[in-house]
Design a protein around this ligand. Structure first.
Ligand code: HEC
Length: 425
């Protein structure tokens, strides 16, 4: 299926830099109970009193969680600071498991193929960390952002040894990336900052957003000159930080804040950032010199993209979370091609990476999560069920050995998928 998309070139007037004025770290807005009604049961009052401190009950009432998911969710909320004892946590888990049972989900489609893989999985030291993003380093270590436990962690996959680096201020670390010196930079999704961890001293440095509206930095990525670009999802900004000076510039793409800049990639030039919007069916790019914004409207208005990947021919690949399809945008022509995903329209493609020009991604709504490989040459899919379930794999990346690093956010685990030698990758 080939669909020609519209190509829109917006002028520099649609993108403005916001003046820099240092701001305080943003605190979460206290939630209100709202109109969400809880069923009767032993821990109803505990939930009403304690689970509405930071948000309302919508997340709970509209949830779709297994007993294992509820166990991990309550651990996550305790790691984030829910004011309950362990014992109250156990009562709340039992109540939530009984009151909100899991609803039907799509089954992970099994497709065999030419490649063999081996899964390696590790449970993290602190309960309820919600490992959001993985970072595979050139030294072979695997880092993760423990968003709810406000820390970064490092695993040596050879020995299984782990070390954690708690963040001393409110951070909620999300995306991770390393610089040339091997230091780790993170997007402080709850702290409205970019953070840098000096891995030798274990010390953090913080770069607050110059505008408090840029409250939730999402995905950071260095360009080839060492400038850190990042998306700010709900704040609705793109930004860039110069590590030499610490200066941050914010850019507001034209249109409603609801556009929500999200995934971020570079093509082979390594300088011009490409990003998707979580709030609309668009992929966009900013000319880093002229500061012009160019937007590509993807043909299906329902399209919502989680992550993107780039192949060596400079094609942009995306998982269409809202329709279960795998998509490809040719940035030169604006041409868009989409393929039906193995487990169908409800499969919710999420974490994605490209290895040796093959697209790897996870169908995050199947239980267990389905790992998918797509070969653009043969247009064939192959799938594997993730042994411990995956629990929503939100991001993946290649390791130095050409394997796949993943964070399993709903399971408190990280993993490496080894692509076995001899298989025709
Ligand atoms: C200290 C603050 C805090 C408290 C207290 C809290 N939460 Fe949360 N909760 C969060 C944050 C932060 C998020 C993430 C919001 C986001 O990602 O947009 C969240 C998200 C959620 C979600 C949706 C995300 C998911 O993984 O499904 C559920 C469900 C949830 N909370 C349940 C609970 C329950 C149950 C309690 C009571 C035990 C609770 N929360 C108490 C901070 C809190």
């Amino acid at each position: 299926m080939h669909i020609k998309s519209l190509l829109i070139l917006t002028t520099a007037a649609s993108l403005f830099a916001v003046a820099s004025a240092r701001s305080q770290v943003v605190q979460p807005t206290p939630g209100v109970p709202g109109d969400y009604v809880l069923p009767d049961g032993s821990a109803k009052k505990l939930v009403q009193d304690n689970c509405t401190v930071c948000h309302n009950l919508r997340n709970i009432v509209n949830s779709n969680k297994s007993a294992q998911d509820w166990d991990n969710t309550v651990n996550m909320m305790m790691a984030a600071g829910a004011p309950i004892t362990r014992e109250q946590g156990e009562q709340i888990k039992a109540y939530l498991i009984a009151s909100f049972p899991e609803k039907p989900r799509p089954k992970p489609a099994a497709i065999s193929g030419p490649v063999q893989v081996k899964f390696h999985e590790w449970t993290l030291p602190t309960p309820g960390e919600r490992p959001h993003d993985p970072l595979a380093m050139p030294d072979g270590s695997l880092w993760w952002s423990g968003q709810f436990a406000n820390r970064l962690g490092r695993l040596d996959p050879k020995t299984g040894e782990m070390k954690e680096y708690p963040i001393p201020i409110k951070g909620g670390p999300h995306g991770l990336i390393n610089d040339k010196d091997g230091n780790i930079w993170y997007a402080g999704n709850w702290g409205g900052h970019i953070g840098e961890l000096d891995v030798k001293t274990g010390e953090y440095k913080f770069f607050p957003m110059p505008d408090p509206k840029a409250r939730d930095p999402h995905t950071p990525l260095f360009d080839k000159d060492g400038i850190l670009w990042f998306s700010v999802q709900n704040g609705g900004f793109m930004g860039r930080l110069d590590p030499k000076t610490g200066d941050i510039e914010l850019f507001k793409p034209n249109g409603p804040d609801g556009q929500q800049p999200y995934a971020l990639r570079f093509l082979s030039d390594g300088r011009q950032p490409w990003f998707s919007y979580w709030g609309s069916n668009k992929i966009a790019t900013i000319d880093p010199d002229k500061l012009e914004l160019k937007e590509y409207i993807l043909p299906d208005p329902r399209t919502r993209i989680r992550r993107m990947g780039v192949t060596s021919d400079d094609m942009i690949w995306y998982g269409n979370w809202a329709t279960g399809k795998l998509g490809r945008l040719d940035p030169k022509t604006g041409e868009v091609t989409e393929w039906e995903g193995p487990s169908g329209p409800q499969s919710q493609p999420y974490g994605m990476t490209v290895i040796d020009d093959k697209i790897w991604y996870v169908e995050s709504n199947t239980r267990p999560n389905n790992l998918v490989r797509f070969d653009p040459k043969t247009e064939k899919f192959q799938t594997w069920q993730i042994p411990n379930g995956g629990g929503i794999v939100r991001h993946m990346m290649p390791t130095r050995d050409g394997n796949i690093a993943m964070a399993m956010s709903g399971l408190n685990m990280v993993g490496i998928v080894e692509i076995l030698p001899g298989s025709s990758n």
